[in-house]
Design a protein around this ligand. Structure first.
Ligand code: DLL
Length: 432
């Protein structure tokens, strides 16, 4: 199995020594240079020298998105602004954006991480990497771009949108690796069909897809339609951007690049660290970053860790694909519902297209969850009776999977808004 950086295959014992050394120097530096962390550590009487082993990590305080907002824009940076060479920001649904900064060394480390992800997805310097993540404050576009260049591949900086033009260039330039959100990959496949572009006119072989939750069923669909090997890539701006973890050829979880980040899974309610295999909230500590290093950053993403060795030869732990977020988890009449669960059910029912939205409303103080899903053009022209049957089937299957009753609305082909970046899966109209 090919890899970009030998760190990925380090013996565990040596890797853990490296992590301890890096954790110590990170905590030292943060204590010295970031007043926020000095206060937090002083509050619990913790001195940087108190870190004797990796287990001491769990004694450190958590960092949250609110901490970043409270110190908006640059308050948590650990170096003077003159050493910051790049800023990115992510817009949340509410409040101020989260702002992150990188030193020149951070940009190199990040590019190295993304180069590793491209190689894990089967890429090499021979590839033409079609970057259809947005360029700008979002980390997706520039993140993949620098990674492709670091690898020595050819970066094609498309950014999102203008799908027909993307496809024409894909054909003319011979793009081999597609980088975009999974929902946009499906959108591209659909527009390709509409344009009458035959699959053998494009040279795509792999997809590096992420930035939003998706299911294995959606992977099957993307792989069949685009005839590529689709790899899940995970990351978040606060921690670095894309390149925190990636699926190797085994596609049994995403390797977390542990020489740069220490992952933990905690119980989101109690903050207690959970053992491997148990599902909970993902937490990351940066141990190889200068501009902005976060201790035990709570991602609100739900996953679990798998410490068993991977046949690919990488020794870094694997996180299970993200099951949803603690905060886009919908609570419908007391039942926790993740859009990904609904997606997994929908994708197994023939006759419906992979485009859906969940609309939640409150009618006479009762939550109503409506699943809006597009049918395929063939089904759309069927008899009413067949459509009703399909609707009933979807309702029964979703209900029995979630344990909560739902309404189903079949939608005309192409009536649900297509995404060019992160798809909007949930519309919550409840006023609480
Ligand atoms: O989405 C970074 C990124 C760009 C990742 C390109 C992968 C590819 P943010 O905009 O800060 O950064 O959003 C981070 O997106 O906390 C997750 O909730 C979600 N997310 C990212 N990757 C995945 C994934 C980028 N593979 C937030 N599966 C994270 C599920 C993902 N959710």
């Amino acid at each position: 199995m090919e890899y970009f950086n030998p760190m990925e295959c380090m013996e565990r014992e040596i890797l853990e020594d490296l992590q301890l050394e890096r954790l110590r120097s990170t905590v030292d530096r943060l204590y010295r240079d970031v007043p926020f962390y000095r206060r937090k550590l002083d509050d619990i009487g913790f001195k940087p020298g108190d870190i004797a082993s990796l287990d001491d990590l769990r004694r450190l305080p958590f960092t949250t998105k609110d901490d970043l907002r409270d110190n908006y824009p640059f308050g948590l940076f650990a170096v003077p602004m003159r050493d910051i060479v790049r800023i990115h920001a992510s817009s949340g649904t509410t409040g101020k954006p989260t702002v992150v900064g990188y030193t020149a060394a951070d940009i190199r480390t990040w590019a190295d991480l993304v180069a590793r992800t491209i190689v894990a997805a089967g890429g090499s310097p021979e590839d033409i990497v079609h970057v259809a993540y947005g360029y700008g404050l979002f980390t997706g576009g520039l993140g993949l771009h620098y990674g492709a260049e670091m690898l020595g591949a050819t970066a094609l900086p498309m950014s999102g949108g203008n799908t027909k033009r993307q496809i024409r260039m894909m054909v003319d330039f011979g793009s081999t690796i597609l980088c975009c959100t999974p929902s946009y990959a499906l959108n591209i496949a659909e527009v390709m069909r509409e344009m009458g572009v035959a699959r053998d006119e494009v040279r795509l072989k792999a997809g590096i897809l992420g930035a939003e939750p998706w299911s294995d069923e959606m992977r099957v669909q993307i792989e069949e339609e685009l005839r590529i090997s689709a790899h899940d890539i995970y990351g978040l701006s606060e921690v670095v951007g894309p390149g925190v973890s990636i699926e190797c050829g085994e596609k049994m979880g995403l390797h977390v690049f542990e020489d740069c980040f220490i992952p933990e899974i905690i119980d989101p309610d109690t903050g207690e660290v959970l053992p491997p295999g148990q599902e909970g909230e993902l937490v990351f500590t940066n141990i190889n970053k200068e501009g902005l290093s976060l201790l035990r950053y709570r991602t609100r993403d739900i996953s679990s860790l798998n410490v068993s060795p991977c046949p690919c030869g990488r020794t870094h732990v694997r996180m299970r694909r993200i099951a949803g977020r603690t905060d886009d988890m919908l609570i419908v009449r007391g039942v926790n519902v993740f859009p990904s669960q609904v997606e997994a059910v929908l994708m197994q029912i023939p006759g419906i297209a992979p485009h859906y939205q969940l609309v939640v409303d409150r009618v006479e103080s009762l939550d109503v969850l409506e699943v809006q899903v597009e049918v395929t053009p063939e089904v759309f022209s069927d008899e009413i009776r067949r459509l009703e049957e399909l609707e009933r089937r979807i309702r029964d299957e979703v209900q029995s999977y979630l344990g909560v009753s739902v309404k189903v609305r079949l939608m005309e082909p192409r009536s649900i808004q297509r995404s060019e970046g992160k798809a909007v899966r949930v519309i919550d109209r409840r006023k609480i």
